[in-house]
Design a protein around this ligand. Sequence first.
Ligand code: ADP
Length: 168
Amino acid sequence: MEEKVAVYPGSFDPITYGHIDIIKRALKIFDKVIVAVAHNYDKQSLFTPQERVEMIEEALRDCPNVVVESFEGLLMEYMKRTNAKVVLRGLRATSDFEYEYHMASMNRSLNKDVDTIFMVTGKDYFFISSRTIKEVASLGGSVEGLVPENVARRLKEKFPQLHRPHNI
Ligand code: ADP
């Protein structure tokens, strides 16, 4: 029987427990999940694509059916190259819906052989986004329990808390 493969694309800048929850649940449905880290030139990223791939690999070391890659350009071209037919995306709140709906429809118009499936976020993770994680970490707040330890460590390296002002 053909292997069931899902491609989970995103910026993952950095990966959070919200993403990991989606990946682990998808592994119960698919034989293999390819986490595809996008080079987004229009998005200012904190971590390089290489760093993002490394962090995901470290965090998912115990999941043998996960493959981590980075890609440039159109997702639908990447799908053709990997010969995968399913895109996996996570849905948090209604605010994610409109963007995801447009992307899925656009991708389908580019390639009719590919479908996007959505998994709704786990109840403990609905408020986690890479953007808020970076914001909190940059201000010296704790992101413990929201991102894997290796990611928390790298965030600390990016934002050393040496000369933090108290009151301004
Ligand atoms: P992008 O820049 O493509 O939106 P992200 O790395 O922000 O990439 O997210 C990748 C996917 O994971 C998206 O489908 C996003 O909605 C989903 N996602 C992000 N955070 C969470 C979370 N906390 N729970 C569930 N899904 C999430």
